[in-house]
Design a protein around this ligand. Sequence first.
Ligand code: PHE
Ligand code: NA
Length: 438
Amino acid sequence: MARETWATRAGFILAAVGSAVGLGNVWRFPFITGQEGGGAFLLVYLLFVALIGLPAILVEFVIGRRTELNPVGAIRDLGSGAWNYLGWLFVAIGFVILSYYSVVAGWFLRYTLIGVLDGYAVADTGEAQALFGTVATGIDTLLFHAVFMALVIGIIAAGVRRGIEIGVKIMVPAIVALLVGLAAYGFTLDASTAAYGYYLSPDFGYLAANWTSILPAAAGQAFFTLSLGMGVMITYASYLGEDRNLVADAGVIASLDTLVAVLVGFVVFPFLFAAGLEPGSGGPGGIFVSLTTAFAGIPGGRVLGVVFFGMVGIAALSSAISILEVLVSYLMDELGVSRVPASAALGVAVFLLGVPVTIDLIFLDLFDLLADGVLLVLGSLLLALFVGWVIPDIAREELSRGIGDLGPFGDVWIWIVRVPIVVVVAVSLYLGVVDYVE
Ligand code: PHE
Ligand code: NA
């Protein structure tokens, strides 16, 4: 059986952008930024995306395109010995991430439905918080988690071409447009000046005092938001049967993803400040509390809210499918299971793993901190070591396909992967583990 490839020339980049843009930008970015002190975190995060995220995307792309295999097979093909376990680590990470990702995506579906049925009738932030409390856990939460996983399974069972490419074209521009509109509204609030100060001017004293928590948080968020460290970009590049300029593609993906995240900050912080809430107090509910308060207060807020929460739900779907696709491609390539049963079996397993998260948010914290603060960072670190030190020549050659002569860029890239990435990520990982164990 011939291996599938993307249906259109734009299919690959659309799917990769679809994977990157998701809950990491809209839900996770603002609450981590709030927790880690605002502008100081934003600065470190942006540096991480540009200096470490971008070269790390290329690391995954070259492995996938070179081998045309799932992450487990790809690494086995290129390396040997203990490297085989790295692919399995990716599969394990995928399980953990998708299990809680789906629960949070279910919250967005639920808020969409609340808007359709009742509107966002909250009189103040207290009521908005109470509403979030009813959405966050419970039997209905489990139901929405099930619905979301069923959608993910359905799309992945249908195959890479049809499922993934269509939605992204409309969705990403629509999200950007909505966010710009909401940010403009946030700008009109009296609290916006204080919010922008908090968000945009890094407090270097704060950074110096808190770098041991800011660094791992920024590393984890950068890898999470770019879908790195668990083989998604390896898998997507494995369906590329063509010589694209991977550097240009990585630039587009990282730029769009960063644009969406930064815009979300321009929406969330003015509203949090206007409601008199501590920017770090929102936690996983921050985006919901601030936005429902906002939507309740503006004309047309109900329609805006339905469109916004619905769009984010779709964005979450295009990210979630990329995670399940890693697991499915592994079962298909390695064990010869066919697509439909593989999707169903893995999807149900992920659903079950997510059940505790729908019962108590403690598990959300636990899974999220483990996956993000530790596992994704570990996956990226090992992959950088592998590409930089085990297969540098293959990697350089593969990167040049579709570009031609790399000039000094090829060596610069390999050396960034070999030393600075490894060192910075290893330090972040160490700090992240210490944090997790505490
Ligand atoms: N990048 C996705 C987001 O920002 C999340 C994700 C992480 C997807 C890891 C795939 C792999 O929402
Ligand atoms: Na993202």
